[in-house]
Design a protein around this ligand. Structure first.
Ligand code: PMP
Length: 354
């Protein structure tokens, strides 16, 4: 427990919690009562505050708006049956935030500072953590530049903020994905491994073209030959071919997903064969044609385990087996949910309890 952070707390005078229908939570529509804010000035984080969630002023010449010097994280807090607040693998988010920060010339945030801010904020808004099945409190830490300057250079001023919101399932049905072979999300040497705002902005147009054709999401392929599978818009991608769990190895073009790592860890613990390597599009399509593609799913904090219903490639759709008979993804989803909500033992030490 960290209790040494100097955070000024101004409590909200009137809670907006009654705006939430906890039986029908939409994804990220209503934000919790408070937010954390810290300012980077003179080479250090200072003026740490928790204040009522509200708009704030920004210069029209703000560098984050013009040049995208902005990064974020996403993690979730859960309510255990005994009322405790459980956060899933937050120190891994802290580490990844700093990896993104380094790539984007953004100052780092120490793990102690990150955890302290998170703990204070979530404790204050703990009544916002939903407890219905498949719900949680989504936590969004982010850092962006604050210089008022339209020349291009690394900024000197930044804001580190955390906001939270109750969420239900990200996808309400199994997803239809399309393998993208023209547009590129990330090239080697770029910032694909960082959770940098611009990566997401640039992915919207290709994803929209796929949505216009009836798909929910894209599966990105490598920038050079569009021959190897990379990841999806907000998820890593996994396949079960015959009896083996196969997923693209992480690289500088793929986000090192925390859900991905959790699924791999559980699969190995269960004695399943796991391969992290380059995955050719042709291998997956070939397996779908032969009936060897037993399971395919995305992994991510927001989406948890998103079953893939079908894969579109080269103008054709390849159907996967019915979701009900997919052994691995259903079992691992249940296991992960049970760990996150404290229903089973936290044997990998993933849970941070407030
Ligand atoms: N890839 C991308 C591009 C993402 O935005 C996310 C969501 N953070 C993921 C993969 C999954 O990562 P995680 O399991 O850590 O949420």
């Amino acid at each position: 427990m960290i209790d040494t952070l100097d955070i000024q707390i101004t409590q909200s005078q009137s809670s907006r919690i009654s705006e939430i229908d906890f039986d029908h939570i939409e994804f990220a529509r209503i934000y919790s009562d408070h937010m954390f804010v810290s300012n980077y000035n003179d080479g250090e984080w200072q003026d740490n505050e928790i204040v009522p969630y509200d708009y704030f002023n920004i210069s029209p010449a703000n560098t984050a708006i013009h040049y995208g010097q902005s990064i974020f994280e996403g993690l979730k807090a859960y309510k255990a049956g005994d009322g405790r607040t459980l956060i899933f693998r937050p120190t891994d988010n802290s580490k990844r935030l700093n990896k993104s920060a380094q790539r984007m010339c953004i100052p780092s945030v120490s793990e102690e500072f990150f955890m302290g801010a998170l703990t204070e904020l979530i404790s204050l808004d703990k009544q916002w953590i939903p407890d219905r099945p498949d719900t949680s409190l989504y936590v969004r830490p982010f850092i962006f530049s604050m210089d008022e300057y339209i020349g291009i250079r690394p900024s000197a001023f930044f804001k580190f903020m955390i906001i939270t919101c109750p969420v239900g399932p990200y996808y309400s049905t199994p997803v239809k994905v399309m393998i993208e072979t023209h547009y590129t999300r990330a090239a080697s040497g770029g910032a694909g491994y960082a959770k940098a705002a611009g990566n997401y902005g640039a992915s919207l147009y290709p994803a929209k073209l796929a949505q216009d054709k009836g798909y929910h999401q894209l599966i990105w392929t490598d920038a050079k030959d569009h021959k190897y599978i990379e990841e999806s818009g907000t998820m890593n991608i996994m396949f079960v071919i015959a009896d083996t769990l196969i997923t693209p190895a992480v690289s500088d073009t793929i986000l090192d997903g925390i859900t991905r790592d959790s699924v791999i860890t559980i699969a190995k613990d269960w004695g399943m064969k796991v391969e992290e390597r380059k995955v050719e599009v042709e291998e997956v399509i070939g397996a779908a044609k032969d009936g060897n593609l037993k399971d395919a799913f995305g992994t991510g904090t927001a989406a948890t385990i998103a079953h893939i219903e079908l894969i579109g490639y080269d103008g054709k759709d390849y159907m996967l087996p019915p979701v009900e008979i997919r052994e691995f993804s259903n079992k691992v989803l249940k296991e992960l949910n049970n760990i996150k909500c404290g229903k089973i033992k936290d044997r990998f030490n993933w849970i941070y309890t407030i």
